[in-house]
Ligand binder design. Structure first.
Ligand SMILES: C[S@@+](CC[C@H](N)C(=O)[O-])C[C@H]1O[C@@H](n2cnc3c(N)ncnc32)[C@H](O)[C@@H]1O
Length: 708
């Protein structure tokens, strides 16, 4: 390829002249200036060729090996379980562990491409298939309807601040920011894809014209295979101005010329007419009709039912796609044992189908609720496979320990580092002042991490865009210790999973009383702040009871308390029309507000029992049994990639999910006592109980027991 500009002297002069006069260049110059001189090239406001290359360590939050030992067929050894072998504790002993990763997929992809997990992926033969279903340009992607225990009402879970920011990043400038979001991510995905792999990108009419151009740009139009039309017959929508829109497009590209494609696995039935002709050995257009016993070649229009309100697989995740759709894609474009990924996983359709079809998987999502929905769904799949004596794999839930502040703050990356830092600091200071005002705390100076004081307690304002992490809390503690401070409040929008109450106990034993409080969204409403209406609430807690009998233990849930407030009830009441009803959350209560035809208001609490709040809980009967080991780069100079990394214990333990109970659409009951767990040896054990409430937020309790 010629690297020189293809411009005549006159054109060069004209361009220089236009720039000197501060005048815009005609569009055709964009093409002429573009050095790769492609035939057609795609340009949008914000296009940037550089992909993100940050590497953040993955932290394991939870590991699910054998779900509920007491149920289904216990695995022994041998070729069941893909020959992986499970130990007496139900732990998978070797081989690939599937991964569900919570976080922004840009940072996840970049860490997968550039970090140590890349090697693990390559060892499995690389990613053979990627399916993605990115959000379209519609409404709030992160609001969900949540069923309440009375079985009739639904509550809308509002998006969290992190989710709103992600939404704004994606759609802030309309289509151009959407393209920037996708381009960067799909480029990273293309680097992870194996040479014989393929990618399927699901899109609807709003974006399919441009997504195809993006894919041509990244994979080359030669690697375009199909635009699959997923046709769903659905009675909704009554437009008379144009035809009803009843299909989505799925764009299918291969990485290279040689790629996995199993047509025989996805053939479709012949029509009755063809079968009759074949049987009679009749001719059609002068040919004898022959049929393939596996069915006819699949075409690119797929008639698959949408998930309707009665569908068995429905999980009440608004954008959930049918399993049948994924089943065709996975069967056609991967083989058993291959690694399949979905980086916008939503309710977990891709990993659920992949697991059932004996594929390995990686999945991620930014939404807490998506991760929780997928976790329940995959446990359900494991249980189902186990019940039927079929192989299944262990999976772990991971997140990125630390996020790039700059990334979320949206500081322009083309500025000098110094300028970036200045913008960041200015934004940071404004944000801290606002939160302190909302918390009615006074500002303090002279500390690195302590920002304010409220009576005797010092205050740290957690980051705007990332969860408060354990390492951040430890840094705040160090500063308290140095300054002989004994009480501190850490405020945050989100807290790393599984933080409470370990860290509180740990710091208490070291002489600092820690309070972790959620910052409510209203803090961004200046009026609410000025009126002193902003309420900060503590992270929830649970009470549990161990029932010990010899070396056997059962855990009983006794109480669960939350302090959520999502709505301003008075405001809501004012806005409600006569003869309507609304569901609201205030101070840990879900309330149904009804306004009669005459405007009379009635409040009915819907969460009558503490257990109504609980959606899921799980138990690790022997915490501190499995250390969290991560690989970090210690030897940059090593020639061999593998020798650059060392295995390091993070100081944390992995929560091994050994027993769990949760509500599903089919069965909304939840057990409040575990099955008995027997310890092999008598002694002291630490038990950890993790509870996820109906808003998808988790709370952890630790207890110590003595058995035998
Ligand atoms: C259309 S839904 C996917 C639905 C999925 N195919 C299913 O069957 O349930 C898109 C998902 O992308 C997630 N998402 C949006 N932006 C993201 C980001 N930057 N990183 C990770 N996930 C993201 C949303 O949380 C949402 O769950």
């Amino acid at each position: 390829m010629d690297d020189k500009l293809n411009l005549s002297e006159t054109e060069k002069k004209k361009i220089i002249e236009l720039i000197k006069n501060n005048q815009p260049l005609p569009k055709e110059y964009l093409y002429k200036l573009y050095k790769e001189q492609e035939d057609v090239f795609l340009f949008w406001n914000g296009r940037n060729e550089q992909t993100t290359n940050v590497v953040l360590p993955f932290h394991s939050i939870e590991q699910i090996d054998e779900p509920r030992k007491e149920e289904g067929v216990r695995i022994k050894s041998g070729d069941l379980q893909f020959g992986l072998g499970f130990d007496a504790e139900g732990r998978q002993l070797k081989g690939w562990t599937n991964k569900l990763i919570w976080g922004d997929n840009k940072l996840i992809l970049s860490s997968l491409v550039n970090g140590p997990m890349r090697e693990e992926i390559e060892k499995q033969g690389g990613l053979k298939l990627i399916y993605i279903d990115p959000p379209f340009a519609v409404g709030a992607d992160f609001s969900y309807e949540i069923n309440i225990q009375n079985g009739e009402d639904q509550l809308i879970k509002e998006p969290s601040v992190l989710e709103e920011i992600a939404y704004r990043d994606t759609w802030g400038n309309g289509l151009s920011s959407y393209l920037t979001m996708l381009y960067d991510r799909i480029k990273l995905m293309s680097q992870l894809l194996a040479n014989d792999g393929s990618i399927y990108v699901h899109c609807d009419w709003r974006v399919n014209s441009v997504v195809r151009l993006i894919l041509n740009d990244i994979f080359g139009s030669d690697n375009y295979k199909n635009e699959i039309i997923w046709w769903y017959k659905d009675p909704s929508g009554q437009t008379t101005e144009f035809y009803k829109r009843k299909h989505d497009s799925i764009l299918f590209y291969a990485k290279d010329k040689e790629y996995i494609f199993n047509m025989d696995a996805v053939r479709t039935p012949y029509s009755e007419g063809t079968l009759k002709q074949a049987k009679a050995r009749a001719t059609s257009f002068g040919r004898i009709v022959e049929v393939n016993p596996l069915g006819k070649i699949r075409e690119d229009v797929w008639d698959i039912a949408i998930i309707n309100s009665q569908a068995k697989e429905r999980l009440d995740y608004p954008t959930q796609k049918p399993e049948e759709l994924l089943s065709v894609i996975i069967k056609a474009s991967s083989n058993e044992g291959d690694l399949v990924a979905d980086f916008f996983v939503g309710s977990g359709t891709t990993p659920a189908v992949a697991e059932k079809l004996g594929r390995k998987w990686i999945a991620c999502d930014l939404g807490r609720f998506a991760i929780h929905t997928t976790r329940k769904r995959l446990i359900q799949v494991q249980r189902e496979l186990k019940k039927n004596g079929k192989p299944y794999r262990a999976f772990e839930i991971l997140n990125l320990g630390k996020y790039e502040r700059q990334f979320f703050f949206g500081v322009p990356s083309d500025l000098s580092e110094e300028a970036q830092e200045k913008i960041l600091q200015r934004k940071q200071q404004k944000y801290i002042d606002l939160i302190l005002q909302g918390y009615k705390a006074e500002k303090v100076n002279g500390f690195k991490l302590l920002h304010g004081r409220k009576y005797n307690r010092y205050v740290h304002v957690g980051p705007l865009t990332v969860p408060v992490t354990k390492s951040l809390i430890e840094d705040v503690f160090e500063e308290c210790k140095k300054n002989l401070i004994t009480q501190v409040d850490i405020l945050g929008f989100e807290f790393e999973m599984g933080l409470v109450p370990f860290i509180k106990e740990e710091l208490k034993s070291k002489g600092v009383e820690l309070r972790l409080r959620y910052i409510p969204k209203e803090v961004f409403d200046q009026q609410a702040v000025e009126k002193g209406e902003v309420k900060f609430y503590d992270v929830s807690y649970a009470e549990v009871d161990p029932i010990v009998n010899g070396r056997s233990v059962k855990i009983k849930l006794k109480n669960f308390v939350t302090y959520y407030t999502q709505d301003d009830i008075e405001d809501l009441e004012q806005k409600m029309k006569n003869g309507s009803s609304k569901i609201a959350i205030e101070n840990g209560q879900i309330i149904k507000i009804t306004k009669s035809k005459n405007g009379i208001l009635n409040h009915e609490p819907l969460t009558k029992n503490w257990s109504d709040w609980i959606d899921y809980w799980s138990v690790d009967f022997n915490f501190e049994n499995k250390k969290e080991i991560i690989r970090i780069k210690t030897n940059e100079k090593a020639k061999d990639e593998a020798n650059k990394y060392d295995q390091v214990w993070t100081g944390n333990y992995i929560f091994e999910n050994e027993w769990q109970s949760f509500r599903t659409k089919k069965n909304s009951q939840i057990e409040l006592t575990t099955a008995p767990h027997s310890y092999e040896k008598s002694g002291k054990y630490k038990i950890v109980i993790k509870i996820v409430d109906i808003l998808g937020v988790d709370t952890t309790q630790v207890i110590e027991i003595k058995v035998g």
